[in-house]
Design a protein around this ligand. Structure first.
Ligand SMILES: Nc1ncnc2c1ncn2[C@@H]1O[C@H](COP(=O)(O)OP(=O)(O)OP(=O)(O)O)[C@@H](O)[C@H]1O
Length: 254
């Protein structure tokens, strides 16, 4: 059974059709990539999958349950976590505390108070797991304001992982990273399936997506125009024409 099954999903904003009849699935233990030019509908799709925007048609089935009408916070408790394009960390908390807040998944004030209680096995365990999975140990005690952009991005992925998700949806985690940071991120992501975390990776960074994903979807004007292995996508004439352009790594509808 697929971990995530998306059936004929449609997302609209008034008269704008952002996602137009999209269907695909994510198998357990896989990394699926989603690429597409600016405005193709990638974030709208993630928002609909995670409950941040209600689709106007279609179904989202997660681990066998229809979650199309389930609220975002409940979806994340079911094991569907996400990151956002903008990295929003709590700048007055350490990296470890940022992860702890995410692990507890309750309001901000409660975990802040709980933070000073000595015995917190569940949250602390999840934080330790996410920290070692992403090799964040050396950053644990640091403040987010002291980190590089790449490190902040990694911490935001860590926050999603601290929720112990079965599937994590990453919205442009490589945006603003240099090629070395992007490569390092890719290496960390490749470890996730072995730790029972499947990934839907949305990014403009073709090197990252084609390098780490098992299966890649290409979205353009709200529709999937190609799907296949990284090699199939590299060789796909429609993709080359619509997205890759004349050898560029990123194209935009302008
Ligand atoms: N809140 C909104 N209200 C109206 N239109 C929107 C809204 N959000 C997105 N759109 C439109 O929906 C379409 C898809 O946008 P979306 O942000 O999902 O694309 P994207 O592929 O994530 O783009 P990017 O790579 O720039 O983040 C675009 O035409 C966009 O202008």
């Amino acid at each position: 059974m697929a971990l995530l099954e998306v059936q004929d999903l449609r997302v609209t904003y008034g008269g704008v059709v952002a996602v137009d009849g999209v269907s695909f699935s994510v198998e357990p233990g896989s990394i699926v990539g989603l690429i597409g030019p600016n405005g193709a509908g990638k974030t709208s799709l993630i928002d609909a999958l995670t409950g941040y925007h209600r689709p106007s048609a279609g179904r989202v089935v997660f681990a066998g349950d229809d979650v199309t009408s389930v609220k975002a916070d409940r979806r994340s408790r079911l094991g569907l976590a996400r990151t956002f394009q903008s990295v929003e960390l709590f700048d007055d908390l350490t990296v470890e505390e940022n992860l702890l807040v995410a692990a507890e998944q309750v309001g901000l004030l409660q975990p802040l108070r709980d933070m000073f209680l000595p015995h917190r096995p569940r949250g602390a365990e999840a934080v330790g797991w996410a920290t070692s999975l992403l090799n964040l140990n050396s950053l644990s005690g640091r403040m987010p304001t002291d980190l590089s952009h790449g490190q902040r991005k990694l911490v935001s992925v860590g926050r999603a992982l601290a929720q112990r998700p079965r599937l994590v949806l990453l919205d442009e985690p490589a945006a603003g990273l240099d090629s070395r940071e992007s490569l390092e991120l890719g290496q960390e992501l490749r470890n996730l399936p072995d730790n029972d975390v499947s990934v839907l990776l949305v990014d403009h960074d073709m090197g990252l997506v084609l390098g780490v994903c098992d299966h890649v979807l290409v979205l353009d004007f709200g529709r999937i125009i190609a799907a296949g292995s990284p090699d199939e996508i590299r060789a796909n004439a429609t993709v080359i024409e619509a997205y890759l352009g004349s050898g560029g790594s990123e194209e935009s509808h302008g």
